[in-house]
Ligand binder design. Structure first.
Ligand code: ADP
Ligand code: MG
Length: 307
């Protein structure tokens, strides 16, 4: 598609979620790429201006690069559906499902896709039962947060209650889940249209692995191509596409998974509006597939749909 055929494009960025700052960085990069490709694009922050204004502004398409919260959980998608404005990424149902790691897991288990055993935790005193079911170590995390917020690894029984409290948040506002801990190599897989892009391997720092490292320091290294055997890479790619389709995702997305030493791999989650900053993983995978950042942005925009 040529730039002019897209009409006026609003880049949705910012928003009111915990991931607002990352979204602003992603949005800035996406906007610059669209303008470089001569698309008539402008920034729109739904935390500053009511989303309904888009209808009056004569917007033909939306590039939705909001991370977390209403922008990624189906809420904004519903508003755009009502206004009849096509938008990038998944629709209402898939966005809501993918935002929820526990219900994504149940769905993947139902269709036979590999994901760590996990369960819902309602109270801090369920520790003994959860540990009996999943063993130690285990992971405790909020069902619907991102960027490793509230994620902890529990290695001792006594640490379970504190991990629960951290995942639940100060007001106990978050639903909490526990998962068996999978030791292995962390991978991420970008989906673009019908394709799965080359896998990215995430190499944590040798000492003191802390989930915060991933986002707040550059001690973590990323490798793309990931260096897997091509048959394993292809097998993982097929599973990721099935996982994407099972949730009903569309356009683009990014799955996080862990590959164990024995060759088995486990899906952790699907992100429907993945990061698009200069350090982000989808642009890295696209580059390995021969797509520069602007071309990636144009391909995502071309897949914008409504309903
Ligand atoms: N079951 C698990 N086994 C091992 N590590 C995990 C597990 N679940 C989460 N992690 C670690 O926590 C990180 C964040 O978890 P993830 O489920 O991807 O949530 P989010 O990225 O939305 O915070 C993962 O990238 C991984 O490092
Ligand atoms: Mg993740």
């Amino acid at each position: 598609m040529k730039a002019g055929q897209f009409g006026k494009v609003a880049v949705l960025m910012g928003g009111a979620s915990a991931e607002r700052e990352i979204s602003l960085l992603s949005g800035k990069a996406v906007l610059a790429a669209l303008q470089e490709r001569r698309v008539e694009a402008f920034a729109f922050d739904p935390a500053a201006t009511p989303i309904w204004r888009l209808a009056e502004l004569g917007v033909a398409r939306v590039f939705n690069i909001l991370h977390g919260g209403a922008g990624e959980n189906g809420t904004i998608q519903g508003a755009l559906d009502l206004m009849g404005i096509p938008y990038t990424g998944s629709g209402v149902l898939a966005s809501a499902l993918a935002m929820d790691k526990l219900r994504s897991k149940w769905l993947w288990q139902a269709v036979g896709l590999p994901t760590p055993r996990g369960l819902r935790v309602c109270d801090a005193d369920e520790g003994p039962a959860v540990i009996a079911a999943l063993g130690l170590p285990l992971i405790v995390k909020p069902v619907r947060e991102g960027s490793s917020i509230g994620v902890s690894k529990v290695t001792r029984r006594e640490a379970f209650a504190a991990a629960f409290a951290q995942a639940a948040g100060p007001a106990g506002q978050h639903e909490v889940m526990a998962e068996e801990f999978i030791a292995g190599t962390e991978l991420t897989a970008a989906v673009l249209g019908e394709r799965v892009l080359p896998l990215v391997r995430i190499e944590p720092p040798a000492a003191g692995y802390d989930y915060e490292n991933k986002y707040f320091t550059d001690a973590v290294r990323y490798h793309c191509p990931a260096g897997l055997e091509s048959a394993k890479e292809a097998e993982i790619g097929r599973a990721v596409k099935e996982a994407f389709d099972a949730l009903g995702c569309r356009g683009w997305g990014r799955a996080d998974l862990i590959l164990r030493e024995d060759g088995r791999f486990f899906l952790l989650e699907m992100n429907t509006n993945p990061g698009m900053t200069g350090h982000s993983l989808v642009p890295m995978a696209a580059k390995a597939a021969g797509l520069d950042f602007a071309e990636l942005v144009m391909q995502v925009l071309a897949e914008a749909r409504c309903g």
